[in-house]
Design a protein around this ligand. Structure first.
Ligand code: ATP
Length: 349
């Protein structure tokens, strides 16, 4: 049995089906990221686990304890689950110390010791304990919110878009700091986000939701390279989706004969996917590959270390490839180029 077991969880809001039978497991000490477009049901899932909302059906079991079974649910304050939301939700009238020890029953000196320990754990100066939330930066507030959630030694930590109000640099730094603390403390974590890059970076297990359904879960690398359908592929990054025919154990398509990522029954019309990093521009003088793919650059965007190219294929001008190349590949719009494909094609089932 996994540490967290969510089985056939359903939740309707009037006519809106927010969760349509979710099955999800989370292993002890691991990080699961639930990712999906706005309105797919991510927050509802967290609110049901936290106990802020009651399901219509399904079960939630953590560490062998049944937290919810159908409409009967354990109250939120008995669940021992930590939660950090987008804006931290610190009490504005309390100091940092007051926020962290809020609700703790130990004697004052033990509480102060614990608050100092937690500040160190989340990488904040002890001198900040006397400040109020509005005297902290956004990233510092999120770390205090984490310290407050950790103070209760939760068995599971729920993070609801906790980095989304922070700007790019601070966001990466805060994500790393919070992620490290949770890993070191061995606390199983469920993060929800609509940011696919953040999801891929943070997750041990990635769970992709759409329209109240969990469409796929697995290692980020596996879900990224073997998505279940074109929508999941596109949600996780740029995808090149092409019609192909399977014969002799290869996919035959406009890009030539490509090896398959997994064995597939032969002689079928299928849809395949490649990621743009599998396509590179052949440098002048480089030995031509088995079958050269010719294309024309229609747009070239210089980004510093890399460039974005938009390419149409000579063989079929309806096929457009958006790829990223090292900026040492110095090409301009209108230029004819040769392309090379590496790795295998993923076939949508
Ligand atoms: P976002 O990324 O925008 O926060 P989300 O994936 O977290 O979206 P939810 O907030 O879980 O999505 O909402 C799922 C669906 O349920 C949406 O269609 C939403 O409008 C609806 N919904 C959520 N809460 C309620 C509510 N209290 N009453 C009515 N409908 C609700």
């Amino acid at each position: 049995m996994s540490f967290v077991e969510i089985q056939r969880l359903r939740k309707n809001f009037g006519p809106v089906v927010a969760l349509d039978g979710i099955d999800l497991t989370v292993e002890r000490g691991s990080r699961t990221v639930v990712v999906g477009p706005s309105g797919c049901g991510k927050t509802t899932l967290l609110r049901l686990i936290a106990g802020f909302e009651v399901a219509d059906a399904g079960r939630i079991v953590i560490g062998g304890d049944t937290l919810a079974d159908g409409v009967s649910a354990m109250p939120a304050h008995k669940r021992n689950i930590g939660i950090v939301a987008q804006d931290g939700c610190l009490f504005p009238h309390l100091t940092v110390a007051g926020n962290i020890v809020f609700g703790m029953t130990e004697e004052p000196s033990a509480r102060q010791r614990r608050a100092a320990e937690l500040m160190e754990m989340v990488g904040l100066e002890r001198s900040m304990l006397v400040r109020r939330p509005d005297e902290l930066s956004g990233g510092q507030q999120q770390r205090v919110a984490l310290a407050r959630a950790l103070a209760r030694k939760p068995r599971l930590m729920l993070l609801d878009e906790p980095f989304s109000a922070l700007d790019t640099g601070l966001r990466a730094q805060t994500r790393k700091a919070i992620g490290n603390v949770l890993k070191e403390e061995g606390i199983a974590t469920l993060l929800v986000t609509h940011d696919q890059a953040e999801a891929l970076l943070f997750a041990d297990q990635l769970a992709v939701m759409r329209g109240g359904i969990l469409v796929q879960s697995g290692r980020p690398r596996d879900v990224y390279s073997r998505p279940i359908d074109a929508a999941t592929a596109a949600f996780l990054g740029e995808a090149i989706v092409l019609p192909a025919e399977i014969a002799d154990g290869y996919a035959h398509c406009v890009l030539g004969r490509l090896p398959l990522a997994a064995s597939v029954a032969p002689a079928r019309q299928v849809t395949i996917m490649l990621r743009p990093e599998q396509i590179s521009v052949t440098e002048p003088g480089e030995r031509a590959c088995e079958r050269e793919i010719r294309g024309r650059v229609v747009e070239a965007g210089f980004r510093g270390s890399t460039s974005d190219l938009r390419i149409v294929l000579r063989e079929n001008e309806n096929i457009v490839l958006n790829i990223e190349v090292p900026s040492s590949v110095d090409v301009i719009a209108g230029q004819e180029i040769a392309l090379r494909v590496s790795g295998a094609a993923h076939v949508f089932s």
